[in-house]
Write a protein that binds this ligand. Sequence first.
Ligand SMILES: CC(C)(COP(=O)(O)OP(=O)(O)OC[C@H]1O[C@@H](n2cnc3c(N)ncnc32)[C@H](O)[C@@H]1OP(=O)(O)O)[C@@H](O)C(=O)NCCC(=O)NCCS
Length: 224
Amino acid sequence: MKVKILAATAEHAVFAERICNMILESAKQRGTGIASRTPEYIAQKMRDGKAVVAIDTDLNRAVGFSYIETWGHGKFVANSGLIVDPEYRNMGLAYKIKQRIFNLSREKYPNARIFGITTGQAVMKINSALGYVPVTFAELTDDQEFWQGCKGCRNYDILERTNHRMCLCTGMLYDPEKHKTLWDKSLDFIRKHNTRAQRTRFRWWMRSRKQKQRKLVRFGKGKK
Ligand SMILES: CC(C)(COP(=O)(O)OP(=O)(O)OC[C@H]1O[C@@H](n2cnc3c(N)ncnc32)[C@H](O)[C@@H]1OP(=O)(O)O)[C@@H](O)C(=O)NCCC(=O)NCCS
């Protein structure tokens, strides 16, 4: 079996129905509720370039999937709908899908915080490897639409009772600010300070330096 992990495009929309069924089937087996995702919703994510699909190229079959959702006007990104075909589990496929969708999210939304809520040990392990850390729900998006997605879960009453402050899921967050390299910080500094006012101030400073230099030369005190 040969499995390819691809950034999904419109041509993969044909797999949307199968992916939807895989998600529904696994939710039934786990006895968890699930945010309703129609094949059309998944197909649209593929057309928008906001999804990753794993394809068994020998069988031309989708065997894994995940997609990007944005919340709080793009300040937060969630990688949702992770699914791997039961026949393809425990082979490291979820790791590869999550890494790919994570990279895609960072490319598309470099300043967004990437988060997820989960009870799954596998997802917690993968998230930790990607640099996510466990956080309280207060640090996640307060976009009501995101929390509405929990309505299908059988534990929703707990979330309501605690005013969205806690539930059985663990919240995990990747904050790009905390992963900035020295290079990123330097670029930020240049962007911040390379304003018109800063450039004008710099020109004035250079001019006054030259004037001082000329005066010193005139009075025989400067470098010859
Ligand atoms: C969760 C799921 C995506 C994992 O897919 P997978 O391809 O089997 O995962 P991987 O092989 O990449 O394994 C990732 C890690 O999780 C561990 N893991 C996998 N399944 C696990 C399970 N059921 N329980 C505990 N740990 C598990 C693996 O051992 C591995 O850890 P390691 O690096 O220490 O060896 C898959 O089981 C699935 O589709 N489940 C149903 C849908 C679901 O739960 N989605 C997540 C919603 S939040």
